[in-house]
Write a protein of this length. Structure first.
Length: 282
């Protein structure tokens, strides 16, 4: 018997997949910048020609990107060696990420102690551009209280923690933050102008704590103190928040000493992680 040499009938369809993959999108500027930083961190420093060859970026694009990254301190140019290397801002950002993780652990007992003392909601928040974001809190056990969750945000100019973070930072950074604020009136007491805010920050810096007297929410007051790094720059704020019908302003201010002491204790604990001994910036 002969072997059947006929081929199976064609279905008329291509043997290629009927669902071809879409063409790969060109990398965005952000992705290319990250790739460039990754190259510098892992293998740098490089001369420009070496970096052009290794990165595969067009000469004009690479030149522009390097200039921008140098301006933002992500890249350092050694003018003597004519090389580009990773900048210290990368370390600063990494340090802030680790510090934030540490703060929650190192501050927890202080939040619990302040909550037990006051019977009110205590929170810790960190800077997030023109806002602050809550990273931990102990909620009041009272039936009427301000409900706060981790991740909640508030503007820097009308929140207690926001104002201590502004008051305890260097003038250049403070100006950079303030210049990007879009003021909005949340209550009749909300500060909505730069002169008012600057006056408030000067008072806060002098007395060592900030007050939010119904500036963010009607019927709610807050007192806050800064957690600072070794240079006296605020990296977080601790606050006590209470309803106005239950706690007067005088009663709120009476908690300033234990609040400031708690913030100072967390600052002391963080000192080895932020570079050394705590020094007051004021």
């Amino acid at each position: 018997m002969g072997v059947n040499s006929k081929k199976p009938a064609s279905s008329g369809k291509s043997e290629k997949s009927s669902n071809p993959q879409p063409p790969k999108r060109a990398a965005s500027g952000v992705v290319r910048a990250i790739g460039l930083l990754d190259l510098l961190v892992n293998e740098g420093p490089f001369r420009f020609a070496e970096l052009e060859e290794r990165s595969g970026l067009p000469k004009a694009t690479l030149h522009r990107m390097l200039n921008e990254l140098v301006d933002e301190r992500f890249v350092i140019m050694d003018e003597r060696a004519l090389t580009y290397g990773a900048g210290y801002r990368i370390l600063e950002m990494a340090n802030r990420v680790w510090t934030r993780s540490d703060i929650r652990m190192l501050a927890r007992d202080q939040l619990l102690a302040l909550s037990a003392l006051s019977g009110e909601t205590v929170q810790i928040a960190v800077h997030a551009d023109t806002h602050v974001v809550v990273i931990d809190h102990v909620e009041s056990t009272q039936s009427v209280r301000l409900s706060i969750s981790v991740g909640n945000k508030a503007p820097v100019y009308c929140s207690g923690t926001g104002k201590v973070l502004l008051a305890w930072c260097d003038a250049q950074r403070q100006q950079s933050i303030i210049s990007r604020i879009s003021f909005a009136r949340f209550t009749p007491n909300t500060v909505t102008s730069l002169p008012e805010l600057r006056e408030d920050l000067a008072r806060i810096s002098e007395r060592g704590y900030a007050l939010d007297l119904e500036e963010n929410f009607v019927g709610t007051n807050c007192i806050a103190a800064p957690i600072v790094d070794h240079a006296g720059q605020a990296i977080a704020g601790i606050s006590i928040t209470a309803p106005t019908f239950r706690v007067s302003v005088d009663e709120l201010v009476a908690w300033k000493e234990p609040l400031i002491a708690a913030a100072a204790e967390v600052s002391r604990r963080l000192a080895p992680r932020t570079g050394g001994l705590i020094e007051s910036a004021h």
